[in-house]
Ligand binder design. Structure first.
Ligand code: GLU
Length: 619
């Protein structure tokens, strides 16, 4: 039964009339190769000879699930030999690699696809030639019996992301004329590669070759191969990464008939073609390409399809063996808390301890992929400098983790733990894929600390340094006005007068003390507890403990620019700006002192803020 092609959806219509450059490139390819008239439509399967030789479609699927289409990308044609890699991957997963590899080789044969020659062990050379593909179908038939073909059809549909049909006419035509494949089938049985009913196995094989696909389908199928077995449209893991890597290997050495060596030399992208006129190419971690044009060259490869692949590879330099990367770009910032402390405003005693031990907390902000070479580079950079007590790895800009990278991360963490260095992670959600990959390897290391916000991680490490070097952080302690840095240098009498103007306020945990946008009519001195200052967009500017002033910008600005919330129950002295101004008039010396203190506090904050900006811009 022939079903109409899938409905056309606006996959390439965008907000702007201008086309993405990759789509433009595909259009140019299509226009350039459309006049190409060489080659001949395959007709050894009579029904294939009916294909329209003018049809030409190019489709490219990205791994984030976008599909570009140019030309006849919705014209159905039979998948033929392009079914072979998928059925091989399916067999590896269904029957186990050992079973499959025990009867099908992985060496290129150098022979045409329909060669009746077996290797020295009387096994098929590989799963991309007919003998190997028929053997694969045989293995699945032995396992699934009459359900084998349906099992294959459904699996191929999962690669394509939609249900696929069979072209009954092509199936009947090949079944009526496929004596060469029958001969191969019996040869396989006499060598015990197939152990059962040869006609039933060939029926599975002929049917699988007659599955109808479009150029768009094959692009998505190729993208699934390029994406470690996850269909980028449906996000389904169709087969295991193990099966994918092995399948791509055989495609690399044997995917393009007896043109395979030349192909990988020139184009450098694992691919498979079929006598129906399709070519699919899967560039791992990048893209899947599907093309359809029925005229074939003498090797049995689509003439236009070859040209498209060659041009795409040359134009964008996609040869898979011509890659490079620079691990040194994986660190975007590397500093210690001397240059970039947390936003927690510290009391003098804490400040002193941190100033003495600033080298003990090292922060390394990473970007991009945690790969083998990137993690290796980071670990060497750490080893080449004085050993800190705490290392924070900030992963918020890490976009991927390879398995090798995760394994090396685990080994590096293990070594740091043995050296007594505490590792802290920030910027990574426990629900993320990166967390899953990293924790798969680091689980046995026990408790690696992680904080979502880098600032919280730095603050925590600072606290540990304060505790370790004799300081204590007592959130319940009460601080009187005389200890406030903003009021440093005031006489006892001046402090007493100011105290008289203050009201003591009490706040519960999470209570809002100041709301952004409100009128700034008073200023506060935190007496006990902890509060934090947050911008309306949620960015935490500072954490304050007893002894710190807040809302002091009211001395300069009429409106509050940030929220202040209590982190735990807190008490504060509040003094109205108008009373404070009166106090300054009555005590001019104290007033000047306070404004100088304020200038100093703001200058200190600016220095820290500038250092933070510097760290990122200088990388
Ligand atoms: N069904 C075809 C055959 O076995 C597939 C050939 C191919 O596409 O290479 O002859």
């Amino acid at each position: 039964m022939k079903r109409s092609p899938p409905p056309v959806t606006a996959t390439t219509t965008a907000w702007s009339s201008s086309k993405p450059p990759l789509l433009r490139f595909l259009h140019t390819c299509h226009a350039d190769f459309l006049p190409e008239a060489t080659g001949a439509v395959a007709d050894y399967i009579p029904e294939l000879g009916k294909a329209d030789p003018t049809h030409f479609g190019i489709s490219l699927a990205t791994l984030d699930g976008h599909v570009y289409e140019v030309g006849d990308t919705r014209v159905p044609f039979t998948i033929q030999s392009m079914s072979k890699p998928f059925v091989f991957a399916l067999a590896l997963d269904t029957l186990g690699a050992e079973r499959v590899e025990s009867v099908i080789g992985v060496e290129p044969s150098g022979d045409p696809f329909n060669s009746i020659r077996l290797n020295a062990e009387n096994h098929p050379f590989n799963a991309m030639v007919n003998a190997g593909a028929i053997a694969c179908s045989g293995l699945l038939h032995a396992d699934k019996g009459d359900g084998a073909f349906e099992f294959i059809r459904q699996a191929l549909g999962r690669f394509a992301g939609r249900e696929l049909d069979v072209d009954e006419a092509v199936y009947a035509s090949e079944s009526a004329t496929g004596d060469r494949n029958r001969a191969i089938g019996y040869l396989l049985r006499t060598n015990s590669v197939i152990t059962e009913n040869v006609p039933a196995v060939l029926d599975v094989y002929f049917r699988q070759c007659s599955i109808l696909v479009t150029a768009r389908d094959t692009a998505v199928m190729a993208a699934t191969l390029a994406n470690r077995g996850i269909n980028p449209l449906t996000e389904e893991q169709v087969v295991t990464p193990y099966a994918i890597a092995r399948t791509l290997s055989v495609m690399t050495s044997s995917g393009m008939y007896d043109y395979a060596g030349e192909w990988i030399y020139r184009v450098g992208i694992p691919a498979k073609s079929g006598v129906g006129g399709g070519i699919l190419a899967a560039l791992p971690a990048r893209l899947g390409l599907g093309s359809y044009s029925p005229k074939l060259d003498k090797h049995g490869n689509s003439v236009r399809g070859i040209k498209v692949c060659e041009t795409l590879s040359a134009h964008y330099d996609l040869h898979m063996l011509n890659r490079s990367d620079d691990a040194r770009h994986s660190i975007i910032a590397d500093y210690n808390i001397g240059k970039n402390p947390s936003r927690r405003v510290r009391r003098p005693q804490e400040q002193e301890i941190l100033a003495r031990h600033f080298q003990e907390v090292r922060v390394i902000e990473l970007v991009g992929t945690l790969s083998l070479s990137n993690v290796d580079y980071v670990s060497r950079r750490l080893a080449g400098s004085p050993r800190p007590e705490f290392v924070i790895f900030d992963l918020r800009r890490v976009t991927a983790t390879t398995r090798a990278g995760a394994r090396l991360v685990a080994e590096a963490f293990q070594e740091l733990a043995e050296l007594g260095v505490t590792v802290i992670l920030s910027g990574i959600k426990r629900t993320s894929r990166e967390w899953a990959t990293i924790s798969e390897w680091t689980r046995r290391l026990g408790n690696i600390r992680d904080f979502y916000l880098l600032d919280t991680a730095i603050e925590w490490a600072e606290d540990q340094i304060v505790y370790r070097y004799g300081g204590s952080i007592d959130f319940l302690e009460t601080t009187e006005l005389a200890e406030q840095p903003l009021l440093a240098g005031l006489s006892e009498a001046e402090i007493a007068d100011l105290t008289a103007l203050c009201t003591v306020r009490t706040y519960q945990q999470n209570e809002k003390v100041i709301a952004a946008g409100g009128e700034a009519t008073s200023l506060f001195f935190l007496r006990s507890g902890v509060v934090h200052v947050t911008l309306p967009d949620g960015i935490r500017l500072a954490t304050l403990t007893a002894g710190m002033a807040f809302g002091e910008m009211a001395l300069l600005e009429p409106t509050r620019s940030a929220d202040v919330l209590a982190d735990m129950s807190a008490t504060a002295y509040e003094v109205a700006i108008r009373d404070f101004e009166r106090f300054r008039e009555q005590h001019p010396r104290a007033g000047e002192r306070i404004m100088r203190n304020l200038a100093q506090i703001l200058a200190d904050r600016l220095i820290v803020a500038n250092a933070k900006v510097d760290l990122l811009t200088s990388g």
